[in-house]
Design a protein. Structure first.
Length: 248
């Protein structure tokens, strides 16, 4: 009985762990690839979709960097503070495209269905879209038509990838919610299968042990005053008193 309880408890603990980690180890079944975080199996369709989206994003990044390097913001017909801000925005975009974006893309390729990393990429694209939009507006107001057209195309590419990523986030979230619901149901069934342990009987012994009689002290015979030993078991007679008689 104890072994059965231990086995069922281990199963329940495993299911609870699955709820937290949302991952399963072991060989991937047919149609999936073991390319997820912690070795979790990911469907081939999911990986294919992600790889295509990331490849488009990398191409858009390279094109945007090339278009930003062709800009001549210092020649725009704008005041110095605006041009300085536009230059700072362009440099910020280039640093992101060369550093932060490739790093996040690498993390997502290692964990294709990781919600935190997917959302991280979405937030980065959202920030890039806003800053690139400001630079594009400046090119339309103070730059050439070619610069405006190039940056507008780049902005459209980032917007398309951002929409695809938002849809993927929604699909992944729904899939994870369904997985959590299934694992919770399995956990509830496993807990219900654990037999209830009977209450332990506690025996209280309120009887007091019998008290032992105090041990008797041994009588020791006193030695006679004249120094002679009295026979065993015989008490020596006291010495006779000498009286003074009167004369008759």
């Amino acid at each position: 009985m104890q072994m059965t309880r231990n086995a069922l408890f281990s199963s329940a603990l495993f299911l609870f762990t699955c709820i937290v980690t949302l991952g399963q180890s072991g060989p991937a079944p047919s149609g999936v690839v073991a390319n997820g975080q912690g070795g979790a199996p990911v469907s081939y369709a999911s990986v294919t979709q992600l790889n295509g989206m990331l490849s488009e994003l990398e191409d858009a990044s390279k094109k945007t960097q090339s278009d930003l390097q062709k800009l001549r913001i210092e020649k725009w017909k704008a005041d110095g503070s605006y041009k300085k801000q536009a230059l700072g925005n362009a440099e910020s975009i280039e640093r992101n495209l060369q550093g932060a974006l490739p790093e996040i893309i690498g993390q997502l390729r290692s964990a294709p269905e990781s919600l935190p990393v997917t959302f991280k990429l979405y937030r980065n694209l959202d920030a890039l879209y806003d800053v690139l939009g400001n630079v594009t507006e400046g090119a339309g107001a103070f730059g050439s038509k070619d610069d405006l057209q190039s940056l507008s195309n780049d902005l459209s590419l980032f917007e398309g990838t951002r929409k695809q990523l938002a849809e993927r986030l929604d699909n992944l979230s729904n899939a994870k919610e369904a997985e959590i619901a299934r694992l919770r149901t399995d956990l509830t069934k496993a807990q219900a299968a654990i037999p209830a342990e009977p209450p332990k009987k506690i025996v209280v012994d309120d009887t007091e042990p019998p008290k032992k009689a105090p041990a008797r002290k041994k009588n020791t015979a006193k030695k006679p005053a004249d120094g002679t030993k009295a026979p065993a078991g015989q008490t020596p007679n006291p010495p006779a008193q000498q009286g003074t008689g009167k004369p008759q």
